[in-house]
Design a protein around this ligand. Structure first.
Ligand code: MD6
Ligand code: FE
Length: 215
């Protein structure tokens, strides 16, 4: 018998990370094809771009959005807006597969009735990272956030309510879904620099969808 303690197939499918925060391992796999099609359609209408932080730094993660509202950052701050600043047009529609996945995962995690109106789509290539932050630009923090990981694995940093608190390192793989809300909604979090690699479907990148109720 071989005992592989780190084989992800051996880990539980549902893992509580903290009160209000749940990892649903491989939850998105059944809709993987529809999600990838949706991402292609979104990127065709609203191409990847590297936003600039209010402090003037170019983000290493490339981003786009779909749905009625999209998250943007520039020298004047962070905000949600209904139009893509690059084109002046509304963001592309939220693909049906994104909505269905978000509703189902939220309900499974104890947040029934979740109706996202914004999906931030993040693309990481090796070396790209997301520094520790809180998601606080949404109007009502009673709504959870549903986060879907596709492509290369990444290490998610999951901290506390203040920046200086210790962080957990949560490995996230293709198909994993994290739902967080309630007492975890304003926890600090980030993503460590993506390691080199090749994913059979996505190649040398990780794509993350975060679905929110922003307005
Ligand atoms: C990412 N995710 O995984 C970045 N935010 O690429 C986030 O910043 C995030 O995964 C809020 C809730 C869930 C998340
Ligand atoms: Fe975030």
């Amino acid at each position: 018998m071989t005992l592989d303690l780190f084989d992800p197939a051996e880990l539980p499918e549902r893992q509580a990370l903290a009160p209000g925060a749940v990892l649903l391992r491989r939850w998105a796999l059944p809709s993987e094809a529809a999600l990838l099609e949706g991402i292609e359609a979104v990127v065709a209408a609203a191409p990847w771009r590297h936003l600039v932080t209010p402090g003037g730094l170019r983000m290493s993660v490339a981003m786009t959005n779909c749905g009625p509202l999209g998250w943007v950052s520039d020298r004047s701050g962070y905000r949600y807006q209904a139009t893509d600043p690059e084109s002046g047009r509304p963001w592309p529609a939220m693909p049906a597969a994104f909505l269905a996945l978000a509703r189902g995962a939220a309900a499974q995690a104890g947040f029934p009735g979740f109706e996202p109106d914004a999906c931030l789509v993040n693309r990481y290539v090796p070396g790209a990272r997301l520094s520790l932050h809180q998601d606080r630009d949404e109007r009502d923090h009673r709504h959870p956030i549903v986060s879907v990981s596709l492509g290369l694995p990444a290490v998610f940093l999951f901290g506390g309510q203040a920046r200086g608190e210790p962080t957990q390192r949560v490995p996230l793989q293709h198909g994993d879904v994290v739902v967080w809300g309630g007492p975890s909604r304003l926890r600090y979090h980030g993503v460590l620099a993506l390691q080199e690699g090749r994913h059979p479907l996505l190649g040398a990148q990780r794509v993350n969808l975060t679905l929110r109720r922003a307005g």
